[in-house]
Ligand binder design. Structure first.
Ligand SMILES: [Zn+2]
Ligand SMILES: [Zn+2]
Length: 360
């Protein structure tokens, strides 16, 4: 079968022939129908996220269960599933209180593929840029019938990361104010998370007019174009009666944006950092600014509980309350992977989706 394999640091990714083994106990093989291109795939290639090689890229995807290993009871052959990137044990104290993103004993990366005679790793426990993948049963989350696959794919990273940051981590309350720094694939989902939470004011900040147009479509009440010379901190104060916002979200991974987002907080406000800067990045802030109950928090994978959140997000889409069609800027074939990554780097994509049809 074909898959996008990253096997040489600094090299390009190519679609290659690769084999995947049959599922062992507790594993599931999934025929991928659609896969979304997320910035973290690019981060693996450029080294921001160190990852073992060779690896089959892609971590946002949906498809059908093709085969199950012994002991799997959560899905059956033929079920529609969204892939979760969370390998969690299901039994540790963090899993037991519903915080699987903090699992104490996450299983180690698997090598279910064989590439040129060598074992190849899964990427982010998913590897969706492939006609077939093999995952732990807990990573194959059943979704309602009727959910279209291209839209379903995006639930597994971009949507849950953005919407989850608002609902699960920041827990924005009805009527609160928020600002979102960065209106790309994640930021747009933070914005629509704010709409679901009932935020009274959702201020989007970006450098690109196109992304601010998207932000309005996704529910931003105000947009600030930094490239046009707007000072976002002052503008946010002006829009909030001089106080700043109760919630700020950073969805780029830019240190400058993190510092601005912190400076835009009202007393009692919380900054939730969703973007991922370089692993060794440090930010600078005035400690005294925390004195009035301000807070800074990280958020991994939307603090998701995939088995609860994925079907819920699918139902919200099917009920017309979550925008996913509008997130899909362009469709690609797997062979177009390098083109798709260039389009993403140029900021042209809210999301690009690969339509993957399993061959032989
Ligand atoms: Zn992602
Ligand atoms: Zn655990």
């Amino acid at each position: 079968m074909k898959a996008a394999v990253f096997h040489e640091r600094g090299g390009r990714v190519a679609v290659e022939e690769i084999a995947v083994r049959d599922p062992a106990e507790g594993e599931v093989r999934v025929a991928i129908a659609a896969a979304g291109l997320c910035h973290s795939d690019v981060s693996a290639i450029n080294g921001t996220y160190p990852t073992p090689v060779p690896t089959v890229l892609g971590h946002e995807g949906a498809g059908w269960v093709e085969a199950i290993g012994p002991g799997v009871r959560t899905v059956r052959e033929g079920d529609a599933v969204v892939l979760s990137t969370l390998a969690h044990c299901g039994h540790c104290p963090a899993c037991a209180i519903g915080r699987p993103t903090l699992c104490h004993a996450p299983p180690t990366p698997q090598t279910p593929f064989v590439f040129r005679g060598q074992p190849a790793y899964t990427f982010a426990n998913a590897s969706t840029f492939a006609e077939r993948t093999l995952v732990r049963a807990s990573c194959a989350v059943p979704i309602p019938r009727g959910m279209p696959m291209a839209q379903a794919a995006l639930i597994g990273c971009g949507i849950v990361t953005g919407v989850g940051a608002v609902l699960n981590r920041a827990r924005v309350e009805t009527g609160q104010t928020m600002a979102v720094f960065g209106a790309g694939g994640i930021g747009l989902n933070v914005i629509q998370g704010g709409v679901l939470a009932g935020a009274s004011r959702i201020i989007a900040v970006d450098l690109m007019a196109q992304k601010l147009d998207w932000a309005r479509r996704f529910g931003a009440t105000d947009v600030l174009d930094v490239a046009a010379g707007t000072d976002p901190i002052q503008a946010i104060r002006d829009l909030t009666g001089g106080r700043g916002v109760e919630h700020a979200f950073e969805a780029v991974g830019s240190l400058g944006a993190i510092e601005q987002a912190f400076a835009a907080l009202a007393p009692g406000g919380t900054l939730t950092i969703v973007g991922v800067p370089r692993l060794d990045a440090r930010a600078d802030f005035l400690v005294n600014a925390l004195r009035l109950d301000r807070a800074v928090q990280g958020c991994r994978y939307g603090s998701a509980r995939p088995q609860r959140d994925f079907p819920m997000l699918a139902e919200l889409y099917l009920g017309g309350r979550l925008k996913i069609d509008e997130l899909i800027t362009r469709h690609y074939q797997l062979d177009d992977i390098n083109q798709a990554m260039e389009d993403l780097e140029r900021g042209e994509l809210a999301r690009g989706v690969f339509d993957v049809a399993a061959g032989g």
